[in-house]
Write a protein that binds this ligand. Structure first.
Ligand SMILES: Cc1ncc(COP(=O)(O)O)c(C=O)c1O
Length: 410
């Protein structure tokens, strides 16, 4: 393994910013109070939680009381799907009337699996919208899928594999229009976006977006792992799914992760300050990377729209190369990337995201996601592409003809 490793997997997680860590450290030791305790230790912790909540609310343009801290986007997304259904079924007139949910085929597994779970339990019917070949969900497809009993629409802001940006504002307008035509006592459609991959680069002001619910995780924005949030617009029909204490305005029981919350607040403060500069720098480097890979490696393609794309995301398919092999070979060269193919029960399953945008199984198997961050340098990109070229050539020599033969018989 080379001494200097290159990290190009910022969509998976980011390192904690040193300033964030500095802010967190006292809350592990001398300022260790439980934010729900009424003595001075507790009040000190509560003040830190409130201060972080204020910074986060300021970033998302909402009231501090609309921020519900969770353990991360997975929990926020589970709370969304299950909590909205819980609210629906809490009304006597809805018992025995199965509601409907709309989501897309290429959401993160925590939304897809939550939807599949409630479907399996007979609690809801779910429509999975197919995105276009460019990796963008069409608003007209959502409009077609809406039913009178649609209680929830959940569409991600930025796709985590291919980085494509979804028309959240337009979908919000559609939902508002639909709700306007509903009777006063009818259950209104709730609109949720999973903004986990968007927060670093895109406007997440909830008023401008027009969403009712928004999920994210702090570890994607140079904050700590195990802390995230669900923005809950005041008056949204959602109920808690976890019982216990009265924390988080009775929406999420459990002792506050004070250190995590403090770090989350600091990370958001830093993000806000540096967003324009970082976005430009990262996008320039990303475009440089895409140009080099497509220009220097034969039979490479960029997956997803080049324009409606997160500034840090490049996702390639390489003909006759299998993604997992590519990933492992690059790792041995000290380059950390990611692939959409997942190894389950010993068999490689192609990326559900790439299949959803119409790629063939062999293309979906050969994908490589390279995601940049605020610490990425041009030097790192040059070195990564140099290694990628060598590895791709080697893998094609070893397995190219075998794979081509295998897929031609399928
Ligand atoms: C779009 C999206 N949603 C949800 C998650 C889950 O986040 P966490 O694992 O922090 O709960 C991720 C993580 O990669 C993501 O990219």
């Amino acid at each position: 393994m080379p001494n200097k490793k290159i990290y190009l997997d910022y969509a998976a997680t980011t390192p904690v910013d040193k300033e964030v860590l500095g802010e967190m450290l006292p809350y592990f030791s001398e300022k260790f109070g439980n934010a729900m305790s009424i003595h001075s230790f507790g009040q000190e912790a509560l003040q830190a939680v409130d201060s972080a909540r204020g910074k986060i609310a300021d970033f998302f343009g909402c009231a501090p009381t609309e921020i519900v801290f969770t353990s991360g986007a997975t929990e926020s997304n589970n709370l969304t799907v299950k909590g909205v259904l819980k609210s629906y079924y809490s009304k006597a007139e809805n018992r025995g009337k199965k509601p409907h949910i709309i989501t897309s085929e290429f959401e993160h597994h925590c939304i897809l699996d939550s939807c599949k779970a409630v479907e399996k339990d007979g609690l809801a019917d779910v429509s999975y919208i197919k995105p276009g070949k460019d990796g963008v969900v069409k608003v007209s497809e959502i409009a077609k899928a809406i039913r009178p009993n649609t209680v929830l629409i959940s569409i991600m802001y930025v796709n985590n594999e291919i980085g494509t940006v979804q028309p959240i504002g337009k979908i919000a307008k559609l939902v508002k229009k639909t709700n306007k035509n509903k009777m006063e006592n009818e259950f209104k459609t709730v609109f949720h976006t999973d903004a986990t991959q968007a927060v670093n680069y895109f406007d997440c002001d909830v008023e401008r977006l027009g969403v009712d619910l928004l999920s994210m995780s702090a570890h994607k924005v140079y904050g700590p792992k195990g802390i995230g949030m669900l923005y809950v617009r005041k008056g949204t029909a959602i109920r808690k799914i976890q019982d216990g204490g009265d924390q988080e305005y009775k929406m999420r029981a459990g002792t506050h992760n004070v250190t995590g919350i403090v770090g989350f607040g600091k990370a958001i403060e830093i993000l806000k300050k540096n967003m324009p500069d970082n976005t430009k720098k990262i996008q320039d480097l990303r475009d440089y990377l895409i140009g080099k890979v497509l220009g220097e490696i034969p039979n490479a393609r960029l997956n997803g729209s080049k324009i409606r794309r997160s500034p840090n995301n490049a996702n390639f398919s390489f003909r006759d190369i299998e993604g997992e092999g590519l990933l492992l070979s690059l790792d041995m060269e000290g380059i950390a990337c990611s692939t959409g193919s997942a190894c389950s029960s010993g068999a490689l399953s192609p990326s559900h995201v790439l299949l959803s945008i119409g790629l063939k199984a062999e293309q979906a198997h050969g994908s490589l996601r390279m995601t940049l961050g605020k610490y990425t340098t041009k030097n790192e990109i040059d070195l990564a592409v140099k290694k990628l070229k060598i590895v791709a050539e080697r893998l094609r020599k070893i397995s190219g003809s075998v794979l081509a033969d295998y897929y031609s018989k399928k």
